[in-house]
Design a protein around this ligand. Structure first.
Ligand SMILES: C[S@@+](CC[C@H](N)C(=O)[O-])C[C@H]1O[C@@H](n2cnc3c(N)ncnc32)[C@H](O)[C@@H]1O
Length: 243
């Protein structure tokens, strides 16, 4: 039975309240600052994900799920013919719109557990989202991705590896329970879902749901994957990166 509704509401509330401070995590600033050496290796691994993404040559109609403040939207907007960016938080959408400033991004404020795409897309992207999907919603989420893709469409995702130094210094330690307490700069706390996948297991799980492709790591911080749905995979997408 799925009892995750309250948790989903709490996650939406958390990201709404965190909107203006969200980028500090990515930029390794404030409570996330672990020094210059850490920051350099973090951004080396971010660059590896970006290279893997761009090597796939994503183009056409792109859908970004849980787009957040625009860290990935900016890059997707530069290569897409059209980009649809969905997030439950109007606060992050406002920041995203300001930061990306692109006329061909359509923003949709919606709860991804209720939203259904009106059209299909060549490419679906989600960054640091899968780890927040409650296990009991995993399959339904991937059904949404399948529904959103055109034949031959591909999904690309990036997410967190288990690494204790990536969270804020004053936050309770991350663990493998699937739940974690998150603290905002003002001290408010929220309980959220955070699942740290192992690349091989995630690849196997996706394969059992009919997805073909790969899940890899950048080393210490990130995993990323590119998959297409078996039923839809025609004309030679092998799941391999380009040259
Ligand atoms: C960890 S952030 C990732 C943001 C962005 N993809 C990135 O990589 O920076 C998770 C995002 O999911 C959004 N979110 C949380 N619950 C959601 C839901 N039920 N439906 C849609 N978006 C949701 C939050 O507002 C937040 O922007």
């Amino acid at each position: 039975m799925d009892n995750s509704n309250a948790l989903i509401d709490e996650m939406i509330a958390y990201y709404r309240a965190r909107a203006s401070e969200y980028d500090q995590w990515f930029l390794r600033q404030g409570r996330y600052d672990r020094g210059e050496r850490f920051r350099q290796s973090w951004f080396r691994e971010v660059a590896a994900v970006e290279r893997a993404l761009l090597a796939l040559g994503p183009h056409g109609d792109i859908l970004e799920l849980a787009c957040g403040t625009g860290i990935w939207t900016r890059q997707l907007a530069a290569i897409a013919t059209s980009l649809t960016a969905v997030d439950a938080s109007p606060e992050v959408i406002t920041l995203n719109r300001q930061q990306v400033d692109s006329s061909h991004v359509e923003y949709i404020v919606a709860d991804l557990y209720e939203w259904r795409p009106a059209i299909t897309y060549d490419f679906v992207f989600f960054g640091f989202w899968l780890s927040h999907v409650p296990p009991e919603r995993f399959e339904a989420f991937w059904e949404l991705v399948a529904q959103a893709l055109k034949p031959n469409g591909r999904a690309f995702f990036v997410d967190s590896l288990f690494n204790r130094e990536t969270s804020a210094k004053d936050q309770s330690e991350i663990n493998r329970s699937g739940r974690v307490e998150r603290r905002l700069n003002d001290g408010r706390t929220f309980e959220i879902v955070k699942i740290f996948y192992e690349p091989e297991q995630l690849e196997e799980r996706l394969s059992s749901l009919g997805w073909q492709g790969y899940v890899r790591t950048t080393g210490k911080f990130f995993l990323y994957g590119c998959v297409s749905h078996e039923v839809e995979a025609r004309d030679g997408f092998t799941g391999e990166l380009g040259a």
